[in-house]
Design a protein around this ligand. Sequence first.
Ligand code: PLP
Length: 389
Amino acid sequence: MKLAKRLSKLGTESAFQVLVKAKALEAQGRQIIHLEIGEPDFPTPKAVIDSAKQALDEGYTHYCGPSGLNELRAAIATEVGQTRGISVDPDWVVITPGAKPIMFYLILAVVDDGDEVITPNPGFPIYESMINFVGGKPVSLPLVEEHDFRFRVEDLKQRVTSKTRLIIINSPQNPTGGVLTEGDLEAIADIARDKDIWILSDEIYGKILYEGKHHSISSFPDMLARTVILDGFSKTYAMTGWRLGYGIMHPDLQTHISTLVTNSVSCTAPFVQRAGLVALTHTKKEVHQMVEEFRSRRDFVWKRLNAIPGIHCVCPPGAFYAFPNIRSFGMNSADFADYLLDKAGVAVLSGASFGAYGEGFIRLSYANSMENLANALDRIEEATRQISR
Ligand code: PLP
């Protein structure tokens, strides 16, 4: 079987691999606590489900335009405008099946062979995978534990070259839960304007924030036209399985991204888009309750982790991940994650699966019940006690 060479450059997300491993152990009768997958454990709000059913009855069951339904594009433009303090026209919006395709399409659209893209490390693995896939060169920007998992401006400056086409930022961040400050964004904006660089601002966790207010680089002077905002419904509205996301970008780029939609998936399911409209406009209470519950869990997990001898964890200000340092146990992250799965029946991800700078850490998703989290932390405490340090 002859396959294209580029396939060897494609990476993946280890969360799905660990899930398979954990499921295999469950099939053998083991009781596994799942802290590997990054999705809210809450049900999708009822009003959203009802609206999808109604949309099916109303006949939203055929193709629509590649950029999405006009009513949802308009509602997204309003929402993004209000939450980022910018003015967004509906023709800046492309709706996609989940937000992930925006990464895929944007990288296809702006990165040529040999172009460099600065990516957060540790960071969402699909960025690097896609950059490699299209023949670009990922350039890792370290996120540093001592700096609350933010980058150092001098590290950023050192990595910018004449070949830098795109800088990817993700705040609040997966896997660390870190959040960039206005000062960090200002530093990126200065470089982007000066060197004419695109920005992909992955703001998928923008509403899952426990301190301060969400800042988007798009709201800095002259930045909107060179920024692509990536956002979606998976995390904020507990809609991971619905596959609904979007990108906001200048119309000159939007038309190309829309053509990529036509070439790949044609459009996003219209009845799902109708449900998205209700998610945006009628779920304020549910979103607030979910974020408050995440906050309690974050506080609990963070305190319990730091009480375990040998573990140190920065308090994550956003998203629903904790990224504790496990170096003192003398194992690499992958071995430590395997150990926790085998010994304690707790599925977590190796920090190194998010890039080399994630080595020495593991990622725990606290999108799980308090009861399961308490149980998982008891088990982790017991299992780590048995490692001689
Ligand atoms: N961006 C980040 C940082 C993520 O963690 C995820 C999902 O895990 C996504 C984007 C994609 O989300 P979706 O395609 O479900 O909208």
